[in-house]
Write a protein that binds this ligand. Sequence first.
Ligand code: UT7
Length: 333
Amino acid sequence: MNKEQTITGVIRGTGACVPKRILDNKEIAGFVDTSDEWIRERTGVRRRRIAEKETTVSMACEAGRQAVEEAGISPDEIDMILVATGSPDQIFPCTACRVQEALGADGAVGFDLNAACSGFLFAYNTAQAYITSGICRTVLVIGSESISRLVDWTDRGTCILFGDGAGAVLLQAAEGKTYRPAAHSDGSGGAALTGPGVRNRIRSIDKDGRESKTEYITMNGKDVFQFAVRKVPQVIQEVLERNELFLEDIDWFVLHQANARIVDAVARRLRLDIGKFPMNLQDYGNTSSASIPILLNELNRKGVLKKGQKLVLAGFGAGLSWGASVLDWDLER
Ligand code: UT7
């Protein structure tokens, strides 16, 4: 083994599953006061997928199954299944246990991890920690969301942004360079983006017999936007410095797909060509923890990613939370 080489988690397969139902901007403009033009200009989103029959579990299972299939391994080789989700079908059993059963991954331990839109990145880092420490050899990491179920479809400030779906990567221990991630949380900014609480699911009945209002996602879009545009370039620089790399060493910057204007602004702040920042949010909207693995899968299946290329993944969102990780792409298609 080369001195610089250590055991690291290498992506051996990817997968994705999005719901069948397509909801385009024009249709949204039919029930809230907005327009296709406004949504496209302010967000880049043209359409998104909405889970009807699909669930967070079913999409996670399908995305995971594809990643395992591409890796060419047997499900019983999987040591761990991590599912990042902020919109599980149930609080427990966790989504990962349902995936474990469905895939027949009898030897795997599974648990969910919630860091909102940063969830996949943090789950990926967790998987790497288990692999580099020698505890696990094979880890399936999934981001799956039915976030449309948490959205207030009368609130034009949020409903235009989000979509449902799942993405997955299968990591396996191999000789390679281990990169240190950069990840942060700032709970003091938590009010900028919130989801429903458990206590609000226990519906109370008021004295007139009316049920209390169900809570939805609330967002101060401007605050989240400014936070993302400030913190994402910083954390990308931080992860590169930590690993003695430069911006020029990176072939692709795979960012959480929240808003095309955020991705544009990050590229501009880093003085990089926008062509290095692939996007698919025009088709799927913001799928929260699923956006990075859905995009990775698309780039992988289209043969855009080449063996030996270096990628930076960067996530950000509610918490507030944000982070970036570096990886060497090792899949040949
Ligand atoms: O995954 C991480 C989570 N979230 C994000 O990353 C979201 C980050 N933020 C954003 O993407 C943007 O802030 C939004 C897309 C949510 C909003 O865009 P914006 O350019 O920040 O708009 P704004 O909230 O400043 O609103 C500008 C105007 C307002 O009207 P006035 O007060 O100027 O008359 C809004 O009422 O646009 C109005 N507006 C809309 N108009 C048509 C807000 N939403 C809509 C809408 N259609 N859907």
